[in-house]
Design a protein around this ligand. Structure first.
Ligand code: ADP
Ligand code: MG
Length: 638
């Protein structure tokens, strides 16, 4: 057991001073860091009223000897730092020897502690920093510190406290960061009697991310691992398609410590340059490790600022590691990993070796309804061969064949019997999630086909429709932009009110604090856009209904985007309606790169040819026309 002693004054003075006890979250941070320093493998945080009336932290660490209990609460009493030289290489988290003193000065504290292997434990009560006698107590190995009535004797400080919910959320943030920086420790947080977080402590970062940041986020990640010189980088970043509306999901650790760093943020975002949609930000949970003398964590005790000796070395190591991982991701999409392997943090290379490129799914000829994949579902890619379709078709009149596709969806083929046509034709393709999650069938806005003075030539890059009109002009039409415009106009004209679909299993969407607040302020507006939301506490929104024409998989990001627009709308209420409609139109429109049905494409061409639509809601052209003369000029015929 390390011995606790007072720091020499000159060492104490060397340490940047700062007020430790600002709010319940700062108490939780100090106590949790002590528990981690004590070698705990399991920690429980319990709080009531945001931690103001009651905050209890229990650990199974090394414990404190009974006679050392009062010493631990003296100012500058620490077992972790002896000399000024030690400052240069701080390995433990707490190092100022003043946390317990400062916390006990503004609250009522009970501490119970039993050292590993000791016969009995001891307890001590302190009131406003004044200790009672140490008494023997029966308690488990480890330490429990209970802090009651924080700031009871400092009413001025009390006035600065936010609502209990905000203070509780701030404690939650601290627990989340510590859980992510210590995947080998199990963290449990119980707030007003309800368990709100519980990480397994199995040593795997992804397990901690899953438990602390939610399933959706964990499923959207790509592992990164690399190094540059002495700087090591390891963790997870979001796939480019899963960009977020804010930087709220960028979490960086340097030598195990949660930090805010513009340098790391810039390196991350630079690596995503030209890969993310405009206005989207990558998320990440990344650990940067470098020699202790290459980084200064002693800038401010309560803040999360770091200084690197070499900014360039850190930037480069991080930037290139992320870029390489993203480059790897651009190769043909691999088959989704089986659920068992999901918790294994693999490098991109290992991941790719384990998976093979998936074959294409046959282009459908009928209309389709698209529903989201269940991402964790193991998928076996099977190309529906004519023979296979024929097989199923011969067994009766109208048949249904379920074929798992490469992204984990199940593709349902309705088949016409062979006696009607020579070859069985695939009429309708529906993509259904493997587990049914919706109660009401979502229906994508269908577009009607008409006779027309133009000819559709085809589609290229699964994005652009080529057609020719009677005047001999050639058209290139961006199918997403065109459909988006049509949906936008319909929403604005209230022609197609948004239909909501009830989810069998409600979604929980964790948003940044400001985003969840604005969602809760605008429940009625969101309901009109098809989202039925409720407060689930801690910045989490429970979504019971989503618009019928967006994929369940897009619901969370759509809500996040709407929240962002509502935040902007607070300042600029003019135009926010259009912005909201634009998000809805974009999310419900057919997407570039997706397989589209020919009738739908034809309906888009019709709208463009009739001159009804020209620009997408943000002003990009929907179609480009090349006249016969322009084409001839290109070929030097004219
Ligand atoms: P510091 O952490 O900077 O040393 P603190 O005031 O936070 O200062 O704690 C004082 C001392 O009390 C620590 O150095 C440590 O020896 C002991 N201590 C505090 N919390 C615990 C705990 N949960 N388990 C074991 N020892 C602890
Ligand atoms: Mg400490």
């Amino acid at each position: 057991m390390p011995h606790i002693q007072c720091l020499p004054t000159h060492v104490a003075d060397l340490i940047a001073a700062g007020e430790v006890v600002e709010r319940p979250a700062s108490v939780a941070k100090e106590l949790l860091e002590n528990a981690i320093d004590a070698g705990a493998t399991a920690v429980v945080v319990e709080l009531e009223r945001g931690g103001l009336t009651y905050l209890r932290i229990t650990d199974n660490g090394c414990g404190i000897a009974p006679e050392q209990l009062p010493t631990a609460f003296l100012r500058h009493a620490t077992s972790k730092l002896r000399t000024a030289e030690d400052l240069a290489a701080i390995g433990t988290l707490g190092f100022r020897g003043e946390a317990l003193a400062a916390i006990s000065a503004v609250s009522r504290v009970d501490i119970f502690s039993r050292q590993k292997g000791a016969q009995a434990g001891a307890m001590l009560h302190l009131e406003g920093g004044v200790p009672d006698e140490v008494t023997e107590a029966g308690c488990p190995e480890g330490t429990t510190i209970c802090v009651r009535d924080l700031f009871y004797n400092t009413p001025a400080r009390m006035k600065f406290m936010k609502k209990d919910s905000a203070e509780g959320a701030a404690v939650g943030g601290i627990v989340q960061h510590l859980a992510l920086s210590h995947p080998d420790i199990s963290f449990k947080m119980i707030r007003d009697g309800a368990e709100v977080l519980h990480t397994p402590g199995d040593g795997k970062l992804l397990s901690a991310v899953y438990a602390a940041m939610g399933r959706d986020f964990a499923m959207s990640l790509l592992p990164v691992r690399g190094c540059g010189g002495e700087v090591e980088v390891q963790g997870f970043v979001t796939k480019p398609l899963n960009g977020h509306g804010t930087r709220g999901r960028q979490v960086f650790f340097v030598n195990g410590r949660f930090v805010k760093s513009q340098l790391l943020q810039a390196a991350l975002e630079e690596a995503y340059r030209n890969r993310l949609l405009k206005g989207k930000f990558p998320g990440c949970v990344v650990h940067i490790t470098l020699p202790a003398d290459q980084v200064d964590v002693n800038v401010h005790p309560a803040k999360t600022v770091v200084k690197f000796v070499s900014d360039k070395a850190v930037f480069d190591a991080f930037y290139y590691t992320v870029r390489d991982a993203l480059d790897g991701e651009n190769k043909p999409e691999p088959v989704a990993p089986k659920q068992e392997s999901f918790y294994q943090s693999m490098t991109v290379q290992q991941y790719k070796e384990k998976t093979a490129p998936a074959p294409e799914v046959k282009k459908p000829l009928g209309s389709y309804v698209s529903r989201p994949a269940v991402p964790a579902s193991p998928a076996i890619p099977v190309k529906p061969t004519a023979a296979a379709v024929h097989d199923v078709a011969e067994k009766g009149k109208t048949f249904t064949a379920a074929v798992p596709s490469r992204d984990g969806r199940e593709v349902i083929y309705h088949i016409t019997p062979p006696q009607v046509q020579e070859k069985p034709a695939v009429q309708t393709v529906m993509e259904l999630p493997v587990e049914p999650v919706v109660a009401v069938e979502p229906v994508q806005q269908k577009l009607e086909e008409k006779e027309a003075p133009w000819r559709m030539v085809g589609e290229v890059l699964r994005t652009y429709i080529i057609c020719e009109d009677e005047g001999g002009n050639m058209w290139l039409i961006d199918k997403h932009a065109a459909h988006e415009r049509i949906r936008f106009d319909a929403l604005k004209a209230d022609a197609h009110p948004v239909m909501a679909q009830t989810l069998l299993a409600p979604l929980t969407v964790t948003l940044a604090a400001e985003e969840s607040a604005v969602v809760l302020e605008n429940l009625e507006i969101l309901r009109r856009l098809g989202f039925a939301c409720e407060d689930f506490g801690d910045g989490t929104i429970l979504v019971r209904e989503i618009p019928a024409d967006i994929r369940t998989g897009d619901a969370a990001s759509t809500l996040e985007e709407l929240a962002q627009k509502l935040i902007v709308g607070r300042i600029d209420p003019e135009g926010v309606r259009d912005e909201l409609y634009h998000t809805m139109a974009c999310k419900s429109a057919i997407k570039a790169g997706m397989v589209s049905d020919e009738k739908e494409l034809a309906a888009l061409v019709e709208k463009v040819q009739s001159g009804e639509i020209q620009y997408c809601p943000h002003g990009r052209p929907v179609a480009v026309k090349l006249t016969k003369y322009e084409i001839e000029k290109m070929f030097k015929r004219a």
